[in-house]
Design a protein around this ligand. Structure first.
Ligand SMILES: C[S@@+](CC[C@H](N)C(=O)[O-])C[C@H]1O[C@@H](n2cnc3c(N)ncnc32)[C@H](O)[C@@H]1O
Length: 215
């Protein structure tokens, strides 16, 4: 139960989703699910896939690599015609991600920046057409401010988990220990939606997605 969309509807949508993933990537997805590594779900995969095909980015920035599933997914969807910079701070996940990039033959396509994205700013060295934000849910506003000057004209940013199990939208779902994240996310959404520099859309996909385009 995601709390975002009713289970039957979710199931129906997933049944009516076709995604072309290599067998190795499907195995990596199973590995992640079996080992409790959080990765983008099917609906988010589908959404990102279609956005990539519309936007055709040459340079992607991702915050939150985990073991590399979403970076490899984006590379596959664009048939390797892309350069991805991805940032991760967890040492064990970094080791796994590096192994995976090598295994899939994408070491030269995916640049892994090791460390906290608020401490290691190597990713600010170029312009990006597509930015995927999938880390540090409490700090999306700070992340946006850090990287917005690196978003190319007509570029887009996708933020994952913006409804955070429905808690961001509904007080009745909020659990006490998540209050700070929920409040920060609500503040972020309010500020970004009212910022006339951007066009935005909030969608009930996966754990909630926000898409942003600079006007
Ligand atoms: C949801 S996972 C990313 C999943 C990945 N995008 C995928 O779908 O395959 C979020 C990751 O962000 C990393 N992370 C969280 N805060 C971070 C920070 N401040 N700097 C760098 N990485 C961070 C976590 O260690 C975690 O591995």
């Amino acid at each position: 139960m995601s709390n975002i969309v009713n289970d039957d509807i979710n199931e129906f949508i997933i049944k009516n989703t076709r995604l072309d993933l290599s067998n190795d990537l499907m195995d990596l997805e199973v590995y992640a699910l079996e080992n409790n590594v959080p990765i983008i779900d099917k609906q988010v995969q589908n959404f990102i896939s279609i956005m990539l095909k519309i936007n055709i980015p040459k340079n992607i920035l991702e915050f939150g690599t985990a073991i590399g599933f979403s970076s490899i997914f984006m590379c596959e969807q664009l048939q390797g015609n892309v350069e991805i910079t991805t940032v991760e701070r967890d040492k064990n996940r970094i080791i796994k991600a590096k192994e995976n990039f090598k295994k899939f033959g994408y070491e030269n396509k995916i640049r892994l920046i090791e460390g906290d994205c608020f401490e290691n700013f190597e990713y600010l060295d170029r312009g990006y057409d597509f930015i995927f934000i999938d880390s540090s849910k409490s700090h999306y506003e700070k992340l946006l401010n850090n990287c917005i000057q690196n978003l190319n004209k007509n570029g887009i940013i996708i933020f994952d988990n913006v409804l955070y199990k429905g808690m961001v939208a509904s007080d009745s779902l909020v659990v006490k220990r998540k209050k700070t994240i929920v409040n920060n996310m609500r503040k972020f959404l309010k500020n970004v939606v009212n910022d006339t520099r951007f066009s935005t859309m909030l969608l009930p996909i996966g754990d909630g997605i926000m898409i942003l385009r600079r006007n």
